[in-house]
Design a protein around this ligand. Structure first.
Ligand code: URA
Length: 239
């Protein structure tokens, strides 16, 4: 699914939001031919600006392009992975202190904890979600019963979920002599993937945590806290 983000805004709004002038005054500047976009004079009041990429000048003053921001959140339980909720439940966006319009990349279920990336960069989110990106996700799942060796092999060899052959690439046990606490690795980003894999073989996932996503981990972040990522760091996730 493509992430829809508003990418362009009208030039007079863009000028007004940059703080250079009121919207009416900005229109005057545009009509007077004092505004350039990527080196070209723009006199059309209905022209659209990409606030993240276009270079806009009024006379010789360069207006600031918008920053793309990236956050790595350790999602706690009982928070919805969405930008808004009609039932007024807390969302992952509520946990992050920013004025930018951010959204989560992918989703974790209401009671799943762990690593979630949020950004205002729609292109990045779409590139990350592309199936050619085989990014490893590591989950810790607490099952309602011990995982049988025969089922472990089935999950590694592949079973059918939604008519698609689906598998975990690695499975290990977190603690010695505890066969219901399982670490699984997958490159799948489908919703409810881990729970569906286990329920297909008659197991219920009682608790689920995403420990890592590519090279990112939640290490050092308590549930509900987050850190800011650099664009250069997140770009490395995409091949
Ligand atoms: N798989 C699931 O079943 N749930 C999640 O929240 C994430 C992956």
């Amino acid at each position: 699914m493509k992430v829809q983000v508003m990418k362009t805004i009208r030039i007079n709004k863009y000028l007004a939001e940059s703080g250079i002038a009121s919207r009416r005054k900005s229109e005057e500047f545009i009509l007077q031919g004092r505004v350039t976009v990527n080196g070209k004079v723009v006199k059309d009041l209905s022209a659209k600006i990409d606030p993240y990429n276009d270079v806009v000048y009024v006379d010789d003053v360069k207006l600031k392009t918008k920053e793309k921001v990236y956050f790595l959140l350790n999602k706690p339980k009982g928070v919805i992975t969405s930008t808004a909720d009609e039932k007024k439940r807390m969302t992952v966006v509520d946990l992050i202190d920013t004025r930018e319009k951010i959204f989560p990349v992918g989703r974790l279920d209401y009671n799943t904890t762990g690593l979630l990336i949020l950004t205002n960069d729609g292109d990045f989110a779409n590139r990350l979600a592309h199936p050619s990106n085989k990014i490893e996700r590591v989950y810790i799942a607490k099952l309602n019963k011990d995982l049988k060796e025969s089922d472990k092999l089935k999950l590694l060899n592949g079973i059918y979920i939604d008519k698609r052959r689906s598998r975990f690439t690695k499975i290990s046990f977190v603690e010695e002599n505890n066969f219901s606490l399982v670490k699984v690795v997958t490159v799948e980003g489908r919703n409810h993937f881990v729970k569906n894999m286990f329920s297909n073989l008659g197991y219920r996932v009682k608790e689920l945590e995403r420990e890592s996503f590519g090279k990112f981990t939640t290490k050092g972040l308590s549930p509900g806290s987050y850190k800011i990522l650099k664009k250069s760091e997140v770009e490395k996730l995409i091949k």
